[in-house]
Design a protein around this ligand. Structure first.
Ligand code: EPZ
Length: 431
């Protein structure tokens, strides 16, 4: 397994281009199953997760062609016919977003057998809301031997359905099915994340009739067929936020380009409150912190969008480890998302966890150590902390990072960070 070694202390100066959003790209790839015509996705991130989903889609009958064009990476997905409606345990277990092929498979073929994803390190992550919404659309669902068996032999039917919580995955999954259902669906208490708007935009470009994405109520007028389209993946707001925290942690001046500041406004507000200089322009964000200027501790609570993103909780906590004073960080989305805490403590951070709250008491400085990445966003928090720690920090289990950060060490290295990848054996995935 690869490791990333960081020698802390170098300021970051330069420009970091942000890639297309992983969490959008994988849902857009699943949307390609809804049509027998090609879907061309531009601004595609090249990540372990997108490669992995590509393999599953190929098993189901998709041709997946990746191309490097002058203006960036593209993927063309084309499924003339669904050759198998089975997503096996091994593939869904390794990447839970694979579960999202269930809706498109039922919508296109009237049946599917998809493994239940199981829990992962950040929490139990059930899929009850996905299944209830698909049932509301008329799918008949049976669960046995760890699999979801779904049938809708006469097609899905539009319905009014209210999510008990604005789940990102359940909202997206329901959209992926409702677009081909007969009649109108009204989905209430939907998640409002930018990735949902992106999915709706792509589906509309394919001929769907989706209105209201980005608000709690989404209306979908089902159509009989979707067609091919070209769609650009939105910028990755979590990569944007993580690099913003990295720049603030290391000190210096970094311009994040090819991104959108409105996607990370809540984070930027917290960074400004902590003492970071933030300047936004259309398509870019400039992050500045003078070396020697200590930030101050600020409190935050994670919430569904536009609240503070749970995926940026660990990166922001890394930033708070050396801020002056205290910071109380509340995690409300996932029940087990403080696994970076003991690893940050290995670098000298002073953090105490009480239930869903972490109390961070800022220390003057961190010291490099060996640490273990436990999940994707926790891993990047360790890299961020390592940028400011004295001496060398080695982040083990880098395969977590590779799931969601494209060329991380290259992007940081181009701004002067002393980061290198040490090659190891076989990589693996488990979340
Ligand atoms: C998406 O996960 C993202 N993943 C997560 O990013 C992100 O942290 C999360 O949204 C919140 O923003 C992808 O898009 C692939 P949810 P998702 O459904 O869709 C509970 C990363 O690192 N719930 O909004 O799974 C659930 O357990 C990942 O890129 C149910 O109880 O998130 C959680 O507590 C990590 N039943 C809460 O709702 C359900 O059927 C929110 O989950 C579904 C969810």
């Amino acid at each position: 397994m690869d490791r990333i070694a960081i020698t802390g202390g170098a300021p970051l100066v330069g420009e970091i281009p942000i890639s297309g959003a992983k969490n959008s790209a994988i849902k857009l790839m699943a949307a390609s199953l809804l049509t027998d015509q090609p879907l061309r996705l531009t601004n595609m991130p090249r990540l372990a997760d997108t490669r992995f989903l590509g393999k599953l889609l190929q098993r189901l009958g998709a041709q997946v062609i990746e191309m490097q064009m002058a203006d960036g990476p593209e993927t063309v997905l084309h499924t003339p016919e669904i050759v198998s409606a089975l997503a096996p345990y091994d593939l869904v277990r390794q990447m839970r977003a694979s579960f999202n092929v269930l809706g498109p498979l039922i919508a296109r073929t009237g049946h599917a057998k998809v493994s239940l994803p199981g829990g992962c390190t950040i929490g139990a992550r059930p899929v009850d809301m996905h299944l209830k919404a698909l049932e509301a659309l008329g799918a008949v669902i049976d669960l046995h031997e760890g699999y979801v068996y779904a049938q809708a032999p006469r097609g899905l039917k539009g319905a009014t359905h209210r999510f008990p919580f604005p789940s990102v995955g359940a909202t997206e999954h329901t959209l992926l099915a409702a677009v081909l259902a007969e009649g109108e669906s009204v989905l209430e208490n939907c998640a409002c994340e930018p990735e949902i708007v992106d999915l709706a935009d792509c589906l509309n470009a394919m001929g769907a009739k989706v209105a209201g994405a980005g608000t709690p109520t989404i209306r979908v007028k089902g159509v009989a067929k979707l067609h091919g389209a070209t769609h650009a993946v939105v910028p990755d707001r979590i990569e944007t936020g993580a690099f913003a925290c990295a720049a603030a942690m290391a000190g210096g001046e970094v311009r994040l380009t090819k991104t959108r500041s409105d996607f990370v406004q809540t984070l930027l507000d917290k960074m400004i409150e902590a003492g970071v200089d933030v300047t936004t322009e259309p398509g870019s964000i400039l992050i500045r912190r003078d070396i020697g200027k200590r930030l101050v501790g600020v409190d935050l609570t994670t919430d569904p969008y536009p609240g503070f993103a749970t995926d940026l909780q660990a990166p922001f906590m890394a930033l708070m480890t050396t801020a002056k004073g205290d910071s109380v960080i509340r995690e409300t989305i996932f029940e087990n998302r403080f696994m970076h805490v003991p690893e940050l403590a290995r670098l000298g951070a002073d953090i105490k966890v009480h239930g869903g709250e972490a109390h961070v008491h800022g220390v003057e400085s961190l010291n490099g150590a060996q640490v273990m990445a436990t999940d994707l966003r926790a891993s990047v928090s360790l890299v961020i902390a390592g940028l400011a720690a004295k001496g060398e920090t080695v982040v083990n289990r880098v395969y977590h990072l590779d799931r969601g950060f494209e060329r991380l060490e290259e992007k940081l290295g181009a701004c002067g960070a002393n980061v290198r990848r040490e090659k190891g054996g076989e990589s693996e995935m488990d979340a």
